[in-house]
Design a protein around this ligand. Sequence first.
Ligand SMILES: [Zn+2]
Ligand SMILES: [Zn+2]
Length: 90
Amino acid sequence: MRRAQGYGLTTMDGKVIEEEDSFTCVHCNTIVFVKPKQDPAEMGGVCRLCSGLSPAYICQHCEGLGTCDPFEKKLLRMEARGKLMKAVGI
Ligand SMILES: [Zn+2]
Ligand SMILES: [Zn+2]
């Protein structure tokens, strides 16, 4: 699975233009589409805690929650629960 932001668009003349018109929410992994030339932050927000060298965009839902809960941590929690259930024998 690709986590790269944006994708190439092929125009009518067969030219490929790179447009950053989608991003993956770092909190819930939702793909948010952004209109060309629109600021991705307007479609949701930027999590300052998740941002490193590049801004970490989040969807409107996660922006509304106002908390930082990265998707990777959610996965780790799910994995931990799986291991726990195995350990308990469920
Ligand atoms: Zn989200
Ligand atoms: Zn965050």
